[in-house]
Design a protein around this ligand. Structure first.
Ligand code: MN
Ligand code: MN
Length: 459
């Protein structure tokens, strides 16, 4: 809507651009939840955050963190108030849609070695073919040795590609399929080799190209075919994040849902010094598939962390103390929303939608069809958010995901709400969300950082 104010006009362009370039750097290196945890930990330690277990008595101003399963990390800056009387949470997710390798992925067909995948999260599968892909993750050998793998990011590395069908022969095979199934899940297979291994003549080897790949894996990485069973290997786009547009106003990159919120949340908590209420940044895995799993937003690890925090502040903590701390708390579910895509405007109620470049979007409720599966922020809480954002001149706009009954989606907000916490979804809008190359606005990125900082700092 034209009557919405531009975030650009309310921000310092130099600050916005500097922040955006740092964010682009972050996105070029961090493409998985494990890499996110590692990055957050490194930056937190450089800002004096200590492992919570290393500190006996917590005092106001102390900074602590805790990691669970290498896929979830919590950062806290201790406030003056008793934590039982309330905490400030901002939660972002560090997983993103991608393709995972199957436990037995490798095979040979027609002289080509391929890897089988299973997609993770809500993707449009046809977007993932014939683009450069990289492999990120870990392989844990039977003896526990962990091999970290990143192949396809360095310009000297090889790349990986899923082959699409040429248009000349696709008229029937793909042309008659429905849009979402133009490429099917089982067709997302990655080309990894096309050269036979040299085998002595008396030895009978059926799949020589597959053997070549196994030889390389063994030689270069010490991995055998069976080791794929104990691996977390993710296939992600290897397209470089960049500024987009003649005016360089936007950012095109993979994984911005939700690392744009993870990054801005991290930057916001690094700025917090002596807060009244304890501020906590929560970075979780598994949001894209419903937050299930022990390192997702449903994880009881959050309760354990809050219990530890109360005990180290007050000298003791009961289960009731933890529950009460939640009941007295406020939270932002830091997640992206869909900004209006001018080419497909009609899926939005344009009067209630968020727009690119007009500030961070405050989404009162998510869900689908009759608000099902959603958490909704109370009017009182929404009023407080409006008050603090306007007081600090944060560029923000109200927004909803789409038209009624057009579709929908959820976030981690409802898992905060389940614990009794007042919560609302706040994050930048994206265009082309869940694609291999999502678009955000530099001004919205900076607005998100300001919004999260304000939430941590304001009364
Ligand atoms: Mn998200
Ligand atoms: Mn998502």
């Amino acid at each position: 809507m034209d009557d919405k104010k531009w975030a650009w006009e309310r921000l310092n362009e130099k600050d916005v651009n500097e922040f955006a370039m740092e964010y682009i750097q972050f996105l070029s290196h961090v493409k998985t939840e494990r890499e996110s945890v590692e990055y957050i930990k490194t930056l937190a330690e450089a800002h004096d955050f200590k492992p919570i277990d290393s500190i006996e008595k917590l005092l106001p101003g102390d900074k602590v963190y805790s990691i669970f399963k290498n896929k979830m990390i919590l950062l806290a800056v201790i406030g003056e108030k008793n934590p039982v009387d309330g905490l400030r949470f901002i939660g972002a997710h560090i997983d993103a849609p991608r393709l995972d390798l199957k436990p037995s992925p490798l095979y040979e067909d027609s002289g080509i070695a391929l890897l089988k995948t299973h997609y993770y999260g809500g993707i449009k599968k046809y977007q993932w073919v014939n683009i450069p892909l990289a492999i990120h993750g870990v392989v844990v050998l039977k003896d526990g040795t962990k091999k970290h793998i990143v192949i396809g990011e360095d310009p000297k590395d090889p790349t990986f590609v899923i082959p699409d069908l040429l248009p000349h022969l696709a008229r029937k095979k793909q042309g008659e399929r429905k849009g979402f199934d133009i490429v099917k899940g089982e067709e997302l297979r990655i080309l990894v080799g096309n050269k036979p291994a040299k085998v002595e003549e008396d030895k009978k080897v059926k799949d020589k190209v597959k053997k070549m790949i196994l030889d390389i894996l063994s030689e270069k990485y010490g991995i055998s075919e069976e080791d794929f069973i104990s691996a977390d290997l993710e296939i992600v786009p290897a397209i470089k994040p960049r500024e987009a547009g003649f005016d360089r106003s936007m950012i095109a990159a993979y994984g911005q849902d939700d690392r744009i919120c993870a990054y801005t949340t991290l930057r916001a908590i690094l700025d917090v010094t002596k807060p009244k209420e304890t501020c906590i940044a929560v970075f979780v895995d598994r949001e894209e598939i419903g937050s299930d799993g022990n390192a997702g937003a449903k994880s009881r690890f959050l309760e354990v962390f809050i219990g530890d925090l109360i005990e180290k502040f007050n000298g003791s903590a009961t289960e009731r103390d933890v529950l009460k701390a939640f009941i007295n708390s406020r939270a932002i579910s830091a997640d992206v929303d869909a900004a209006v895509n001018p080419i497909y405007k009609d899926v939005h109620d344009t009067q209630n939608a968020g727009y690119l470049g007009k500030g961070v979007i405050v989404t009162k409720y998510t869900g689908a069809g009759g608000k099902y599966g959603a958490s909704e922020a109370h009017a009182e809480f929404m009023a407080w958010i409006r008050r603090i954002f306007d007081k600090r001149a944060v560029p923000w706009q109200p927004g909803l995901l789409g038209k009624v009954d057009e579709g929908g989606g959820g976030t981690i907000a409802k898992y905060f709400a389940e614990r009794g916490i007042d919560v609302v979804d706040i994050g930048p809008g994206l265009i082309g969300m869940h694609s291999p190359y999502e678009i955000s606005s530099k001004a919205d990125l900076y607005s998100a950082y300001l919004a999260y900082k304000t939430f941590f700092e304001e009364e």
